[in-house]
Design a protein around this ligand. Structure first.
Ligand SMILES: [Zn+2]
Length: 343
């Protein structure tokens, strides 16, 4: 049953079903919509050749901002929601910009670009990572797989850790960089959907199995610090919660969820001296998680939450289940314009 569900979800996702919903909505409800763009890490292409996975380059981001400037009214997430609630007054197409996680690259590369275009943005912070060199597990995993030393026996030793299918996939991908990337994607998906403690155990085991003593020098991560956050807050960047430890709330008890949602909000509010009203679920929230965690968010006076699902927000939206989208990471303008035209 789970397999069928996930297959159906993939088909809908890859067929860009939300374009169809959005198109139908335009015909029947011409009162507007809000697109929320989601970004993570950003790099100046020359600075991170390979070790930490950059999600978008400065050049690609700037092109997207340029295109948005021409065809969208770029508003803060909070404003966008207010506009959308009012519905009928809405004339422009609205876009809000959001960044997840605590990458210092936001301060170094994205913030200057946003200032240049005079665009607001919201950054969702996992507070445990601020002022630290703590690395996200997927960035660590990326390095482990990048540095993995091929050996004929890899598949058999990996089976107890990641299962037969993934182990086989790794074996086939060992010498081929492109296939290693595909393998990494599958491995991330697998690890994202298991419980926190078990995941960490598996990553530690992968390190033992795949890295030799000579090549173990995993890069640390540069996270934002509170001074940078306070400075950006004064200059119009909003900050929201992304929990404290970036945990998957799907597997968290209600007590744990409440604890992290309370603490992260309090810490950010204390540091930036402003209210925190937005939240983004780490990974993604399914409906069940939304139903479990939603009341806690309301109770703690959050006003919106990004759920991690792709799509646009129409007038019948639920502010605690906001949909976001990503634009193609490309310097090919037409590709980005096409995506925006369709949504
Ligand atoms: Zn995140």
């Amino acid at each position: 049953m789970e397999k069928i569900k996930s297959l159906a979800k993939s088909i809908l996702y890859y067929s860009r079903y939300y374009h169809l919903i959005s198109f139908w909505h335009d015909l029947t409800h011409p009162e507007g919509k809000l697109i929320i763009l989601a970004y993570h890490n950003i790099s100046d292409e020359s600075s991170h050749p390979f070790k930490l996975r950059p999600e978008i380059s400065t050049q690609q981001l700037e092109l997207q901002l340029e295109i948005l400037k021409k065809s969208y009214q770029v508003v803060s997430l909070e404003e966008g929601i207010k506009f959308l609630k009012r519905g009928k007054e809405l004339k422009d197409k609205l876009a809000a910009i959001t960044f997840d996680d605590s990458y210092e690259s936001f301060y170094t590369f994205a913030f200057p670009l946003l200032k240049k275009y005079n665009f607001p943005a919201t950054v969702f912070l996992p507070t445990d990572f601020i002022n630290s060199q703590r690395i996200f597990w997927w960035d660590e995993l990326h390095q482990v797989i990048a540095y993995a030393v091929p050996s004929g026996e890899s598949a058999s030793v990996l089976i107890p850790v990641i299962g037969e299918k993934l182990a086989k996939q790794f074996n086939e991908a060992e010498k081929d960089f492109k296939r290693r990337e595909q393998f990494l994607e599958s491995l991330e998906f697998y690890l994202k959907n298991i419980e926190e403690g078990l995941r960490q155990e598996k990553i530690e085991r992968l390190k033992e199995l795949l890295l030799t003593e000579h090549n173990v020098k995993l890069a640390k991560l540069r996270n934002l610090d509170w001074n940078q956050i306070a400075e950006m807050s004064r200059e119009g960047i909003s900050f929201g919660s992304h929990t404290c430890s970036h945990l998957n709330l799907k597997f968290a008890s209600l007590e744990k969820a409440r604890e992290e949602l309370t603490k992260s909000k309090e810490i950010i509010e204390e540091k930036i001296k402003a209210r925190v009203i937005s939240f983004a679920y780490p990974f993604e929230a399914d409906f069940e998680t939304h139903l479990r965690v939603g009341p806690i968010l309301i109770n703690l006076k959050y006003e919106c939450a990004c759920a991690g699902w792709m799509g646009v927000n129409l007038s019948n939206f639920d502010p605690f289940f906001l949909r976001r989208m990503t634009l193609p990471m490309s310097t090919w303008k037409l590709l980005i314009v096409r995506e925006l035209l369709l949504c």
